[in-house]
Write a protein that binds this ligand. Structure first.
Ligand code: PGA
Length: 269
């Protein structure tokens, strides 16, 4: 199975100048680590999700490379155009060159109160424009402490079940256009990580749950996210249930990001 390593740049870097410097480093490091060799990029797909304001420029610089570009969110109001100040539609994101979007990141859920209903609309808009979706799920510290992880995840995955019920004509797209990213909220940006065994068991549950929604979802890609770095990537990559990583902080340095990608591409040999 092809691994995925995705850099979620969040509200970084600060300026276009800094974005270009990061891309310079990324492209230079890729040519020296041979990460871009045909075999390696086939084994591990690298993608970056810049801030919306930088999306078109980043895509312009990466369009002749094997690195894909994603947005971090899409409008839930409309897939195309409309009177929605401050929003950006799935169609506009595709037009800017992105082929994927992250949806349901815990920071969106926390700061923008994104509900399952809102996420369902966003997912419908994205997939109707053939924008792939990296759907983030995960429990809070309190939920982890009280052993509610699987219950929380089941509730979040209900969005996928409802999507299938409402959009049966789009179900065929899901195996290749939907990725799940399991990100315990307490592990994001904290340096704390669950054990590989815990992540593996949770991923097994996620995969089994998705397979229960539809036969075609029996082999879905499930990434781990939350304080993945150059030092711990190998241990996550070694587990066959972990199909890649969604990386925040460590994706803002080309070296650490590519070390993580190399760990997953080596593990999938
Ligand atoms: P982190 O962020 O790698 O900085 O913990 C991950 C994420 O929020 O996707």
């Amino acid at each position: 199975m092809q691994a995925w390593v995705i850099g979620n740049w969040k509200q970084n870097p600060a300026t276009s100048h800094d974005v270009n410097a990061l891309l310079d480093d990324l492209c230079a490091a890729i040519s020296t680590t041979k990460q871009m060799s045909h075999d390696n990029s086939a084994r591990c797909q690298i993608m970056v999700a810049p801030s919306l304001i930088h999306l078109a420029a980043v895509n312009g610089r990466l369009k002749d490379t094997s690195i894909l570009c994603a947005a971090q969110d899409v409008s839930g109001h409309s897939a195309s155009v409309g009177a929605y100040t401050g929003e950006c539609s799935a169609q506009q994101i595709v037009d800017a060159g992105a082929t994927w979007t992250i949806l349901g990141h815990s920071e969106r859920r926390q700061y923008h109160q994104e509900s399952n209903d809102a996420l369902l609309q966003k997912m419908i808009h994205a997939l109707s424009q053939d924008l792939g979706v990296v759907f983030c799920i995960g429990e809070s510290q309190a939920q982890y402490d009280t052993k509610q992880t699987l219950k929380v995840i089941d509730n979040q995955l209900a969005v996928i079940k409802e999507f299938i019920a409402q959009q049966p004509e789009l179900i065929e797209a899901l195996p290749t256009r939907l990725i799940i990213a399991y990100e315990p909220v307490w592990a994001i940006g904290t340096g704390k990580v669950p054990t590989v065994a815990e992540v593996s068991a949770t991923h097994k549950h996620i995969k089994r749950t998705l397979a229960g929604f539809a036969d075609s979802l029996s082999n879905m890609t499930v990434l781990y996210g939350g304080s993945v770095n150059a030092d711990n990537a190998n241990s996550f990559a070694a587990d066959p249930m972990i199909d890649g990583a969604l990386v925040g902080g460590a994706s803002l340095k080309a070296d650490s990001f590519l070390t993580i990608a190399t760990a997953f591409s080596q593990a999938s040999i």
